[in-house]
Design a protein around this ligand. Structure first.
Ligand code: FES
Length: 251
C-alpha cells in the first residue's frame, strides 16, 4: 500500500506493508533516523514524533493510520528547535517540555552558556521551562494551566533528567553511594521574603546564581565564587579568546 503524509513540512510518500509501524516507515522508507527504535513498546519515548500536533510514540502508530497526516520528527525540530531559553533567544521556536515529559520522553534541562543562551544558570532554565509550559497550557485552554509543569517536576528535569540524559547513574539524586554533586541557592534575601515553598520559589523566582556548588563532595563554588580557579584570570582569558575569535571572524 502507498502511504502519503507531510513530514517536517514536506510531502512524502512511500510503499508500506500492512501492519508496518510509523516508526519503521519513517526510518526505513523515508530515511529519517532521528526517531529511535528502542523498546518498540511505547515505553521509552525515543521514537516520539508530533502527529497532527499530538506527541505520540511512532512505534505504536501504524504507518497506514498516519496516511494524510502531518508529522514532525526530531529532524524537523532541528529547524524549529527545542530547548527553553536558547531556542527562544535565537527566535527558533519553543520547547514543548511538558508535552515531552507527559509522553514519557527522557528530558533533561541544561544550559549552553555564551554559545546560545548567554548564561550558565540552570535555575533560570528551570524557571523558563515552567513559564513556557504554563503559557502553552493556557493558550491551549487547559484548566490546569496555572500548575502545568510543577516546580519540583521542573527541577527534577534539571538533576535527575540531566543525569539520565547523560547516562550518569552515579548522580542526579542525593542518596548514599552517589557522588554528592549539589548546588545551594540563597532565597533568604528581601525579595524572597514570605515564600512558603522553597523549591517552587527556586523554580518561579530563581536567584541569579548558586551560592555554593559541590562536585563529588568537593566545594567548587563558595559564596558565589569559584574556589578551584581564579575567576578574574579565567574571565580575562575568555575575554581575550572571544576577542580573537571575533577578529578572526571579521577578518
Ligand atoms: S521505541 Fe520506545 S516508545 Fe517507541
Amino acid at each position: 500500500m502507498r502511504v502519503g503524509l507531510t513530514v517536517n513540512g514536506a510531502e512524502r510518500d512511500a510503499e508500506a506493508w500492512e501492519g508496518e509501524s510509523l516508526l519503521y516507515f519513517l526510518r526505513e522508507r523515508l530515511g529519517l533516523f532521528g526517531s529511535k527504535n528502542a523498546c518498540e513498546q511505547g515505553e521509552c519515548g525515543s521514537c516520539s514524533v508530533l502527529l497532527d500536533g499530538e506527541l505520540v510514540c511512532a512505534c505504536l502508530v501504524l504507518a497506514a493510520a498516519a496516511d494524510g497526516t502531518s508529522v514532525v520528527t526530531v529532524e524537523g525540530l532541528g529547524e524549529d528547535p527545542v530547548g527553553p531559553s536558547s531556542n527562544m533567544r535565537l527566535g527558533a521556536g519553543a520547547c514543548p517540555v511538558e508535552d515531552l515529559v507527559r509522553a514519557g520522553v527522557l528530558v533533561g534541562l541544561g544550559v549552553d552558556g555564551a554559545a546560545s543562551n548567554e548564561d550558565g544558570n540552570l535555575a533560570g532554565e528551570v524557571h523558563l521551562a515552567v513559564l513556557l509550559a504554563r503559557l502553552r497550557a493556557s493558550l491551549l485552554g487547559r484548566d490546569d494551566a496555572a500548575t502545568a509543569l510543577d516546580g519540583r517536576q521542573a527541577w527534577s528535569l534539571g538533576w535527575k533528567g540531566g543525569a539520565a540524559c547523560l547516562g550518569r547513574e552515579g548522580c542526579g539524586t542525593l542518596e548514599p553511594g552517589k557522588c554528592a554533586d549539589l548546588a545551594a541557592f540563597r532565597i533568604d534575601d528581601l525579595s524572597h521574603m514570605g515564600i512558603e515553598d522553597p523549591l517552587q520559589t527556586l523554580a518561579l523566582a530563581p536567584p541569579g546564581g548558586a551560592e555554593a556548588v559541590l562536585m563529588n563532595g568537593r566545594v567548587v563554588v563558595r559564596d558565589g565564587r569559584l574556589e578551584t580557579a581564579d575567576e578574574d584570570s579565567v574571565k580575562a582569558g575568555l575575554a581575550l579568546a572571544c576577542r580573537r575569535l571575533r577578529e578572526a571572524a571579521h577578518a
